[in-house]
Design a protein around this ligand. Structure first.
Ligand code: ADP
Ligand code: DP6
Length: 464
């Protein structure tokens, strides 16, 4: 049997600092930063007893309870690719599915089989998530040493997320690890741009299928490419949605990912734009993320905002145009400052002020709490702290996190810590009892996207 070398890959989390909602429309861009909270995926061969070959891929996320998923796979005819079946440990137990892993696996091995027909040998996959993806990730005892990968001891669904894009980083690192493990280097090499592009296309397709919706894809884009100014792909690229194993699935997937022509002669060229050079952080500054453990989440914000925009096109277009100008000014100002090494912080401050003004107008007009009053109070208080340049509600906004651009000094973090230690966040009903605490996450911007890691660095962390 073919023997393969173990591989390890990591991909960063994200924050959409500017461009929430707008980035759903190709006419606008999003300013997205990768974050240094990464998802790590390690793939190793399963040692089988002599002669016994199990067609099995076992995925394990050892920081969580009940987080082992075993899959059988088989190649199906008619271009269907690899059909995968989750194996039950016990026929009476209900399946504990992980849709993101299941979908990423089906897409990755179907694509692998379509491009090179290698033998898909049994493998063991381990997922390790940097602690900041989940709230309350540190041991209660402040003096206790922090584990590199904290053991949460609960199922993933019970670990509150901090919103750093765990699924996009996971699907990206998982897909990259699978392609690196099974494909020869001349067909897939993570350090090259053509391979990154194929990884991006395949991951967007798998992530959208797992989510059951086509979002803007900024999270997958930053997991692959790192911080960038992002213009989305046309959503119709992912319009057809077949399942792995169904007729022609793998043939169509290969055409989609490799951008070769389809059976009907049409080519599916991805029109995603990734401008890495447009994003820079001036020396001496950094991003900070604060997690609002509020509990309340306003569902359907995207739907509501888009419905309002559809009904009020003129008013919305004016707001979208103003916000776009403000967002692009922030990106330009940061880049200009980074390149000139010039610290005209007032201009940067003005960019944040303008973005927030237009977001509040968008909130008021659409009736959707994108920057709700409780976040306005929090951001205003943070912006008064010496060394804080400005802040925003990132992504879709709401009662979630806030992002701040600050001077990269311990004193500034300490002052923010003091402010937030006593802060009681008011919940959606305006009462502090329904709100929660605000904590500074230990993450900052990360320019680099997906990357190959040294397997040896994880070896001792993985139980065999
Ligand atoms: N450490 C992990 N191990 C395995 N699966 C994970 C892990 N973290 C996240 N996931 C998968 O991603 C899903 C969360 O995705 P989603 O709700 O889109 O949140 P996010 O906004 O963080 O991406 C989980 O239900 C699980 O399927
Ligand atoms: C509204 C959006 O433009 C941005 C949402 O950004 P968030 O960072 O809030 O997203 P989630 O991680 O999915 O919760 C939707 C999109 O671009 O897909």
């Amino acid at each position: 049997m073919v023997t393969r070398d173990a591989v390890a890959v990591s991909a960063p989390g994200k924050v959409l600092l500017a461009g929430g909602y707008l980035v759903l429309d190709r006419a606008y861009t999003g300013l997205v930063f990768g974050l240094d909270a990464r998802m790590h995926v390690v793939v190793e061969p399963i040692s089988t007893t002599n002669g016994v070959v199990l067609n099995e891929i076992v995925v394990n996320s050892p920081q969580f309870a009940d987080a082992v998923w075993e899959y059988g796979y088989r190649l199906v005819g008619r271009g269907g690719g690899m059909s995968i079946t989750q194996l039950r440990v016990d026929a009476d137990l209900s399946l504990n599915r992980n849709i993101f892993i299941e979908t990423a696996l089906g897409y990755a091995i179907s694509y692998i089989a379509a491009v090179s027909s290698p033998q898909i040998t049994p493998a063991s996959v381990t997922i390790l998530a940097d602690n900041d993806y989940y709230s309350a990730s540190q041991p209660n005892d402040k003096n206790a040493p922090k584990a590199r990968f904290h053991n949460f001891g609960v199922p993933i669904s019970k670990a509150p997320k901090t919103g750093l894009g765990s699924s996009a980083a996971l699907v990206t690192a998982f897909t990259a690890a699978m392609l690196s493990y099974y494909l020869p280097k001349d067909l897939f090499d993570l350090s090259t741009e053509p391979s990154k592009r194929r990884l991006h296309n395949l991951t967007q397709a798998a992530h959208c299928a797992a989510q059951g919706k086509v979002g803007s894809g900024f999270d997958v884009a930053s997991a692959v490419y790192g911080s960038c100014l992002y213009r989305r792909f046309s959503p119709n690229i992912l319009a057809s949605s077949a399942d792995p194993g169904s007729a022609d699935f793998a043939t169509a997937l290969k055409d989609l990912v490799d951008e070769t022509s389809n059976a009907d002669g049409s080519a599916s060229t991805w029109n995603t734009e990734i401008h890495r050079d447009a994003v820079k952080v001036p020396k001496g500054l950094r991003l900070v993320m604060c997690d609002v453990s509020c509990g309340s989440q306003t569902p359907g914000m995207v739907k509501k905002v888009l419905a309002w925009r559809k009904q009020n096109p003129e008013e919305a277009d004016a707001i979208w145009a103003d916000l776009h100008t403000a967002n692009e000014s922030l990106a330009k100002e940061m880049k200009a400052m980074a390149e000139a090494q010039n610290f005209g912080l007032e201009r940067l401050r003005a960019c944040f002020t303008r973005i927030r003004e237009v977001i509040r107008l968008m909130s008021e007009k659409s009736g959707v709490p994108i920057e709700p009053l409780a976040q306005t109070e929090l951001l205003d208080a943070c912006e008064k702290v010496d060394g804080v340049i400005g802040g925003v509600v990132p992504g879709a906004g709401g009662y979630d996190a806030i992002s701040l651009l600050i001077e990269d000094k311990v004193e500034v973090i300490a002052e923010l810590g003091k402010l937030l230690a006593g802060w009681r966040f008011r919940g959606e009903d305006g009462k502090s009892e329904s709100g929660g605490r605000v904590t500074i996450l230990g993450v900052r911007e990360e320019m680099e996207g997906v990357r190959a890691e040294r397997w040896a660095d994880y070896k001792s962390l993985i139980a065999t």
